[in-house]
Write a protein that binds this ligand. Structure first.
Ligand code: MRU
Length: 352
């Protein structure tokens, strides 16, 4: 099986390989990322995407960024390291996993600098830390799957939005981990995948991942969710998250908030699955979460065809915030947060 991303080689000359997700579902192509600029571009253009996968890619990106400075003196190395991590942090603003992973790299370097480490040792440590972040994400996804599977009953319909699967993480996913784990327990599920305008992560990626695993999946346009719920086809909604504030407000792909409102109107539970690396306890609530604005051409010329008149005004926020009161429970690697409020979020995250 091809991995979402993988590092090949040593700290000084190694390269990052990743599946170019912009080419799926019709082409499965791995691309080689050899410079920090290529890593930045891959994150910005969504070749690699999904909050945890962005964090892992940025961690490896920092290793690539420091490869030209193996012979620099330590102060120069540190100055370039700061520039490199700041540069990567500017690739996308919403998924907090990006900043979390870069902070892990900075903390690792800071700890070694105190011990007088030289650039070679620092470079080695950057790769070790990136590999640790990668491996931990794998474990967190499996744990999310185990906790979440209990929430889905046999023979039910589950709606998901965007792609929170193996492609969005080290592997196995967050929202899709819940579905995969339930299916592995023998539960028969009918999954509905919102196509997820404008970049179609649901139609292109979630549908592809579920099909690969022989799980029944039906793609619907985003605007069909209410009707499909009214027809009684959905008994639970599970999505991922890009950033969760202290009070449990959830930023996720644009359209998630709408799905949560519709689920509430139909009294259908709305679950969010995300690792602890997606929580941002520095924010009291979701109003402070930066929302990425993306290029108008994603809407006016989606997938190569002009679909609006010339010069059309476009608004293209890539994420929205679902208020905590619409979230039935949050599934993280430590357990299930229910009810979703500041006290429960804090209790779950600080106990571990
Ligand atoms: O713009 P994207 O494709 O990076 O957005 C991804 C999402 O919104 C996912 O649902 C989220 O990152 C969770 S991934 C496990």
């Amino acid at each position: 099986m091809v991995e979402t991303l993988r590092w090949v080689g040593d700290p000084d000359g190694g390269r990052l390989w990743l599946i170019d997700q912009t080419r799926l579902p019709t082409e499965m192509v791995e691309i080689e990322i050899g410079t920090v600029e290529e890593a930045w571009e891959a994150i910005k253009s969504l070749r690699i995407r999904g909050a945890p996968a962005i964090g892992i890619a940025a961690a490896y990106g920092s290793v690539l960024g420091m490869q030209p400075f193996g012979n620099a003196d330590r102060d120069d190395w540190l100055a370039h390291f700061r520039k490199t991590t700041d540069y990567l942090a500017g690739s996308r603003p919403t998924a907090v996993n990006l900043f979390w992973a870069l902070d892990r790299q900075r903390a690792r370097v800071d700890a070694l600098v105190v011990d007088d480490a030289d650039p070679q040792e620092l470079q080695q440590a950057l790769l070790e830390e990136a590999e640790k972040i990668h491996a931990e994400d794998r474990q967190m996804c499996r744990a999310i799957g185990r906790w979440g599977a209990d929430l889905l009953k046999h023979q039910t319909g589950v709606l998901t939005h965007c792609n929170a699967g193996g492609l969005a993480t080290a592997d196995y996913g967050t929202a899709l981990a819940v579905i995969f784990a339930a299916a592995e327990e023998g539960k028969c599920l009918s999954v509905y995948a919102d196509e997820t305008r404008p970049l179609l992560q649901g139609a292109r990626l979630t549908a592809w991942e579920l099909q690969q695993r022989d799980i029944d999946v039906t793609v619907i346009c985003d605007s069909m969710a209410a009707q499909v719920m009214r027809e009684g086809k959905i008994q639970a909604v599970v999505t991922g998250a890009d950033r969760i504030a202290s009070n449990g407000d959830v930023a996720n792909k644009i359209g998630t908030y709408q799905v949560a409102l519709v689920a509430a109107a139909h009294k259908i539970p709305f679950y969010v699955a995300a690792p602890s690396s997606t929580f941002d306890l520095s924010l009291a609530d979701g109003s402070e979460i930066p929302i990425e604005q993306r290029d108008a051409r994603e809407i006016t010329h989606g997938f190569g065809r002009q679909t609006t008149p010339d010069g059309m005004k476009v608004y293209n926020p890539a994420f929205d915030v679902t208020p905590a009161h619409l979230v039935t429970a949050i599934i993280c690697e430590h357990g299930v947060i229910d009810p979703v409020d500041t006290a429960q979020v804090e209790k779950m995250l600080t106990a571990h």
